[in-house]
Design a protein around this ligand. Sequence first.
Ligand code: NAI
Length: 331
Amino acid sequence: THAPITITLTGAGGQIGYAALFRIAAGDLLGPDQPVALRLLEIPQGMRAAEGAALELADCAFPTLASVEIADDANVAFDGANVALLVGSRPRSAGMERGDLLAANGAIFGPQGRAINDRAADDVRVVVVGNPANTNALIAQQHAPDVPSERFTALTRLDHNRAVGLLAAEAGTPVADISGVTIWGNHSATQYPDLSHATVRGRPALDIVDASWARGPYIERVAQRGAEIIEVRGGSSVASAANAAIEHTRDWLLGTGERSAGHWTSAAVVSRGEYGVPAGLISSFPVTSAGGNWSVVEGLDIDAFSRERIDASVAELAAERDAVQELGLIP
Ligand code: NAI
């Protein structure tokens, strides 16, 4: 048997937390042979909900669940953390100005980044789910100078999975037939779901679906899928978001395996200047994972349409970075 891996989840009393905790505890993240020690971080208003989730976790008697601890202090919650899932955030509410949104999140992700820096395990890997996810990840990273910068990532796996699912539906084929879909840029309405390298059973997707659909309504539908879920379900994406966070983390730690051969996924990782994305921005790319590290899939042809869409989303990321810099939230 292995020593437990410590997983800290922030926003554990919230909806995504509730959907994620039971799957993680059941072994969906690291398999049935790897015990997990859960640390739940909440703010005082979320404490009772987190405590309730912990009671239900106990009632599941999961053999893979080594322990559950709840804290409202980041220094306690991140102590020894191997994985940090940063779900709790201050998302945009109606009428909120961008500066207010970024400042509210700076007050959350700055101190959490600092606590990760000071307390987490040497191998800590951070996945930011709470919006604005890419920029929150950047804020946390900039407060953790002792942690390798590439350990901070943001979730675009839900966008990726939505993009795969909607392509499969249009092509009338199971999702298992699809590969080579990419989400580029920001986890926001400017994201670019790119089918120019996608294949369906090995054939170019753009030979199977209408190219004008792929470059118009498809992009819009993927980018607006969260709003569509709210409209239909009467609430935001929860189980699919928790699933995506688990898949991102699982692939990062355990590797993308044989899917690497022309089959990649999407994650927001720190740019080293790939595809003209300014170094240092945390942007979504086509990625594979091996040995606990993400690698950007390099050498893909970027046509004029893709170039324009990638540049537009990356420009938004750069503007968010500039804004948090001006607010003094990052150096
Ligand atoms: P929720 O409101 O149900 O839960 C958020 C929880 O975070 C609350 O319990 C709150 O008390 C807690 N929280 C707030 N500040 C905190 C802090 N400083 N430390 C610890 N906990 C804190 O929201 P839900 O539905 O669980 O969504 C969480 C976030 O995930 C939102 O920002 C949402 O926009 C984002 N999201 C991101 C997706 C992605 O693909 N990247 C997809 C879906 C949601």
